[in-house]
Design a protein around this ligand. Structure first.
Ligand SMILES: Cc1cc2nc3c(=O)[nH]c(=O)nc-3n(C[C@H](O)[C@H](O)[C@H](O)COP(=O)(O)O)c2cc1C
Length: 117
């Protein structure tokens, strides 16, 4: 590979990582709906993420799906499902901290829980 081609490819690669948040592959794209549903999950190895997406798919894909590590702002959602992987008999500390820190936002909006174990 020529040096110039190598440099061009490298620059293009760097810009690909700077794509807007919406274009990132892990972003979940819900189906359009006037109902504002969100599924929030915590995962260690990915099974709980799969489960969260299956839950949304079971709802015709209308629920947006969030990893708790993104610290999502769920204030714009009216209905929320929360769950995740169980390790050592409980969910992750991140999820526990998120729920404790967002009680006001989550209060009266939680429609279901799930656990992957
Ligand atoms: C270190 C460790 C601890 C676990 N502890 C429990 C547990 O206490 N109870 C349970 O039912 N499952 C337990 N599991 C099983 C996980 O819940 C299961 O593997 C789950 O699919 C992990 O989800 P994840 O892929 O989203 O991390 C444990 C798994 C690991 C690796």
């Amino acid at each position: 590979m020529h040096k110039r081609t190598f440099i061009k490819s490298g620059i293009l690669g760097i810009f690909a990582f700077l794509l807007p948040k919406k274009a990132r592959s892990l972003e979940y794209y819900p189906m359009p709906s006037d109902k504002k549903w969100a599924v929030l999950y915590c995962t260690g190895c990915g099974s709980a993420r799969d489960a969260a997406i299956w839950i949304s798919e079971g709802m015709d894909g209308i629920a947006n799906v969030f990893d708790v590590r993104e610290n999502p702002d769920l204030s714009q959602y009216d209905h929320i499902v929360i769950g995740g992987a169980i390790r050592g008999g409980k969910t992750s500390q991140e999820l526990q901290d998120y729920v404790a820190g967002n009680k006001e936002t989550l209060k009266r909006k939680i429609r279901g829980y799930f656990a992957v174990c």
